[in-house]
Ligand binder design. Structure first.
Ligand code: ADP
Ligand code: MG
Length: 764
């Protein structure tokens, strides 16, 4: 541009020079010259205007217009952006706190800053425009002034004559120099203007630069906006996708629910149809029910009357039935009693047929305490027949036959089962004697006493008697008393007597006080009845198992008094439990007395042969003597000899009642199955066989009542077959309570030696 201006300047200079030469030529012909000059001036003015417009106005204005246009466009874009931002803001109002909104706010701020900057620049441009206008105005003014002066010059030239043309020429020259000066000034001015233009151009360039920066920033912003828009678009797309997915899910769920509902509806419809069908089928039933209900209502109305009738009828029937039942009952009772009597009769007959002396054998098991040596080998074997056993020794087998053999595994209950018939018969007034015979250690005490957990015959017998007493209590007043005694060295000793100092209870002291070592005597009853009794032998009434246990414990304690070892003593003495059962028939007044003697005999081993001395020899002799006497008595009984040697020992003398003709005897022979005990086992079994072969006399029931002639009377009053047979006797007793011994009993009670109804047992 500058070079162009310089060229123009040079060209103008040349033209000016040409004009000068022309003027000089004109000065020769002033009029033509002036006209030529005017034309040239106007051309120059036009040219100048053109230049001016070319130089400043055109570019600047064009720039300005472009800038204004650009500005407008930017403003429009800005408005568009603002609008979009507003829309975005609206759409993103849900996520104000998210990162995008923060970035958006930042961008918004940047845009605001740029707007401000743009405003400033627009302001600057406006100022520049204003300045340019001022400059143009000044230039126009100056041109006008120049034109005016030119016109003035022309006028002055026109007025002046030719003479004065020389002057004027001079003047023109002067004027021309002035013009030159003006031209120089104009040139200077032009130079200045050019500088100004340069400055403006620089400014413009700066502005352009700034504008470009702004464009760049704007472009960046636009890019960012685009990016955000893209992000937004993406987010919107994702949101749309999510929305679409949710929409799909929703549709699917709706579809499923719809399907389910449809199937449920179908089921419900089916059910409904079923219910409808049911209803249809129920309707007739309902009708029937309604009619039934009406019918029932009528019945209910009539019910009280019917009920009353039925009750009355039923009452009558019941009374009738009760009367009939009573009759039948009485009939049955009579029959039952008759049957009971028959049963008793049969039972007694059976016992009689079996023999009054029954001999059983019990083989004890080999226990761990017996050890495992050769001599503990078993030598006893059995047969299918339960009355036979075999003893094998030194290759020789001997058979023994008894009424019954209990093998080692036999239980206490089984043994008792076999003897319980005997025990019940003592309630019926028979004297019974059960002996446990055998060598020491063969199980005598085990069978008779047993252990607390598994009691033996003694305790079981008393329990059975309690049961029988309770059963017969309606017809019979039965009393059970017990005494315990031992025979040691042919001396009878009461096992229930205690040292008075040891008894705290006063009544008990009165009852049980006795010197434990006192010897008891067996005496003939002074009433001349020929009966035996033991003055001073304590009898204790027992009514429960507790009572029995107390009595047994007392006996056990007393038995151990003089010996450190109870077994030692028990093997050398006979222990007797004497149970007396007295009964009075409540209807007939018949009195019965039965006695059960349970005897745990002393060990049958023949100690005497082994050369014992002193007290031990005496003990052995006494034991042998009494056991021998027992055998003799039984043999004498068997052979029905007129004289029975009961007096040969204390034991047989005391048990005279229970061994003589009208009594029942059971001998339980205990044996050990071990090799080492073979001799004693064989001896015991031989003794058993000897005793078994003895037949006692006919049984006689011990009752006070005399003969009964008619069976009917017997059935209603007495349970015994003996009575039926008309063989009722009053017999003597070896104990303190015997058949016709009410007087004797009273005697003992009067002497304070016997008390049938102790208030309670002493604490043991
Ligand atoms: P005895 O009184 O004849 O001297 P025991 O009755 O004291 O003999 O018995 C001796 C041992 O044998 C005791 O330990 C006893 O428990 C045991 N005994 C005896 N018979 C049996 C049996 N049938 N079952 C189990 N153990 C028995
Ligand atoms: Mg014993």
């Amino acid at each position: 541009m500058i070079s162009c201006l310089q060229e123009d300047k040079v060209r103008l200079q040349e033209e000016l020079n040409a004009t000068e030469s022309q003027r000089q030529a004109l000065s020769s012909s002033p009029q033509s010259q002036l006209e030529g000059l005017e034309v040239k001036l106007s051309d120059q003015t036009q040219e100048l205007n053109k230049l001016c417009s070319e130089l400043g106005t055109t570019d600047l204005e064009k720039h300005l217009e472009i800038l204004v246009l650009e500005n407008d466009r930017l403003k429009q874009e800005l408005n568009g952006c603002q609008l979009q931002l507003q829309q975005l803001r609206n759409s993103l109002s849900g996520c104000i706190s998210c990162e995008h909104s923060k970035e958006n706010t930042l961008l918004h701020k940047q845009v605001t800053d740029l707007q401000l900057e743009l405003g400033e620049k627009v302001q600057l441009l406006t100022e520049l425009e204003q300045h340019l206008k001022d400059v143009l105005q000044e230039k126009t003014d100056r041109e006008e002034r120049l034109n005016k002066r030119l016109r003035d010059c022309h006028l002055a030239l026109a007025k002046q004559p030719t003479s004065s043309v020389k002057y004027i020429t001079k003047k023109v020259e002067v004027e021309s120099s002035r013009t030159k000066q003006d031209l120089e000034e104009a040139q200077a001015r032009n130079h200045y203007l050019q500088e100004q233009i340069a400055v403006q151009r620089r400014l413009l360039a700066d502005q352009e630069q700034q504008l470009q920066d702004s464009w760049r920033t704007s472009a960046q912003l636009q890019a960012q906006i685009m990016m955000y828009e893209a992000e937004l678009e993406q987010t919107r797309g994702e949101m749309l996708e999510t929305f679409q997915a949710m929409e799909d899910e929703k549709n699917q769920a709706i579809e499923e629910v719809f399907l389910q509902a449809r199937s449920e509806m179908k089921t419900v419809h089916e059910n409904l149809n079923g219910v409808r069908m049911n209803l249809l089928s129920i309707q007739p039933a309902l009708k029937t029910l309604t009619s039934d209900y009406n019918c029932l209502k009528n019945h209910v109305r009539d019910f009280p009357c019917l009920l009353q009738d039925a009750v009355n009828q039923t009452k009558r029937e019941i009374y009738q039935a009760v009367e009939e039942a009573q009759k039948t009952n009485q009939d049955l009772l009579r029959k039952y009693k008759r049957e009971m009597q028959l049963r008793k009769k049969c039972h007694n007959e059976l016992v009689r047929l079996r023999g009054n002396i029954r001999v059983l054998c019990r083989v004890r098991p080999i226990t761990l305490e017996d050890g495992t040596g050769l001599d503990t080998r078993n030598i006893i074997s059995f047969d299918d027949d339960d009355g036979v056993l075999y003893v094998t020794h030194r290759g020789k087998t001997t058979m023994f036959e008894l009424d019954k053999v209990f093998q080692p595994h036999a239980l206490q209950a089984e043994v008792f089962q076999e003897v319980q018939a005997l025990i019940t018969s003592c309630i019926d007034g028979y004297n019974v004697c059960i002996f446990a015979y055998g060598q020491t250690g063969s199980g005598k005490t085990y069978t008779m006493e047993g252990s607390p957990e598994d009691p033996g015959i003694n305790q079981r017998a008393l329990r059975l008697l309690f049961g029988e007493v309770a059963e017969r209590s309606a017809d019979w007043d039965l009393t059970i008393t017990v005494s315990m005694a031992e025979i040691y060295n042919e001396t009878l000793r009461d096992l229930l007597g205690s040292d008075p100092q040891k008894i705290e209870d006063l009544t008990m002291r009165n009852l049980l006080a006795k010197d434990p070592s006192e010897k008891l005597e067996i005496k003939l009853s002074p009433d001349g009845s020929g009966q035996l009794y033991v003055p001073g032998l304590i009898q204790i009434r027992v009514e429960s198992v507790d009572d029995i246990n107390k009595v047994f414990e007392l006996g056990r304690v007393n038995r151990a008094t003089d010996f450190t070892n109870v077994n030692e003593r028990s093997s050398r003495s006979h222990a007797l439990l004497i149970v007396s059962v007295t009964g009075v028939n409540l209807t007939s007044g018949v009195r019965t007395t039965g006695k059960l003697n349970l005897v745990d005999l002393a060990g049958s081993e023949r100690v005497g042969k082994s050369g014992a001395e002193g007290p031990r020899l005496r003990e052995a002799q006494n034991i042998n003597k009494s056991l021998l006497a027992l055998g003799d008595v039984i043999c004498a009984l068997r052979s029905k000899q007129p004289y029975i040697p009961f007096r040969n020992s204390k034991l047989t003398y005391l048990l005279q009642d229970s061994l003589s003709g009208d009594s029942k005897t059971l001998m339980m022979v205990q044996v050990s199955p071990m090799e080492k005990n073979v001799n004693e086992t064989v001896c015991s079994l031989k003794f058993a066989q000897r005793v078994r072969s003895v037949e006692l006399g006919t049984m006689v029931r011990r009752a006070e009542k005399q003969d009964y002639s008619s069976r009917q009377d017997y059935e209603s009053e007495s349970p015994s077959t003996a009575a039926q047979q008309g063989r009722l006797n009053i017999s003597h007793s070896g104990g303190s309570v015997v058949g016709k011994t009410t007087a004797g009993k009273r005697r003992l009670m009067a002497s304070g030696e016997v008390n049938h109804r102790p208030a309670a047992l002493p604490a043991l």
